[in-house]
Write a protein that binds this ligand. Structure first.
Ligand code: MF3
Ligand code: CO
Ligand code: CO
Length: 251
């Protein structure tokens, strides 16, 4: 069942979305060569608490940290660590989710560290564009499959692959609600977009041909591309309005 949010819930989702966006803006200047992902984690945890909120990832299905930090070939769910130091040429996705007044706000961006190879930088830029194309495809009366269709149409020309195993998700009182939002075209999916639905759009795009991901048997979370190629991701939480979509995770 896909929950339609009422105006009180929407108001709270605007607040949590805004805080998540503020958190990403706050952390951005710290995301530089030489810092550990643990340090970024701790800064985010402190900021979140100071604003009266909680970090949703912490202890979520056993996840051990407050944010996800996914470097280069890590597709998603990278675990911050003291041992992991950002270096020149890396790309790193910082994925933050806050719980404010009982409601979740979920957003991520991929940051460039120092001098990044042009082909990798292009992957990052195109992944962000793909997310916005997906968001712009949202309107009441349309279909969830419209999102994956526009993303696939755009991405297919570059020789990249769209990750299928993970997708966007409904979000509200719970971190992950129905439906699963595919970032690839699913013509058989006839679920309609309705005003008041809130979900994330968060395409993960691999530079290589394979969309497959390997989840670490060591930590149970870190998901990597099977061919070692870089992977980029951007995420916003969006609300279906009377004529389109409103991005909740922006200031
Ligand atoms: N923020 C991620 C998402 O976009 C989910 C992270 S789950 C965690 O859905 F447990 F790894 F934190
Ligand atoms: Co999400
Ligand atoms: Co997220």
């Amino acid at each position: 069942m896909i929950i339609i949010k009422n105006r009180h819930e929407i108001k709270k989702m605007r607040n949590s979305g805004k805080l998540a966006a503020q958190l990403l803006n706050y952390i951005e200047p710290f995301v530089k060569e030489g810092v550990s992902t643990q340090y970024l984690n701790d800064c985010c945890e402190t900021f979140t608490r100071k604003h009266g909120a909680k970090s949703a990832p912490l202890n979520y299905n056993g996840f051990p940290k407050s944010i996800c930090t996914s470097i280069n070939d890590v597709v998603c769910h990278g675990i911050p660590s003291e041992k992991e130091i950002l270096k020149d040429g890396d790309i790193v996705n910082i994925d933050v989710t806050v719980i404010l007044d009982g409601f979740h706000g979920d957003t991520s961006r991929t940051f460039l560290i120092g001098n990044v190879r042009t082909d990798v930088e292009n992957l990052v830029k195109r992944t962000e564009k793909a997310m916005y194309l997906g968001i712009n495809a949202v309107k009441p009366g349309g279909y969830f499959s419209d999102i994956g269709r526009v993303i696939e149409n755009y991405i297919s020309g570059f020789g990249y692959s769209i990750v299928k195993k993970y997708g966007g998700h409904g979000i509200g009182k719970r971190f992950h609600e129905e439906p699963f939002v595919a970032h690839y075209f699913t013509p058989e999916n006839k679920i309609k977009l309705k005003k008041g639905m809130i979900f994330t759009i968060e395409p993960m795009i691999n530079m290589g041909k394979s969309d497959a991901v390997n989840v670490s048997i060591i930590d149970g979370w870190t998901a990597r591309t099977v061919d070692g190629s870089p992977s980029a991701q951007f995420e916003h939480t969006v609300l279906v309005t009377s004529d389109g979509a409103e991005i909740l995770t922006k200031i």
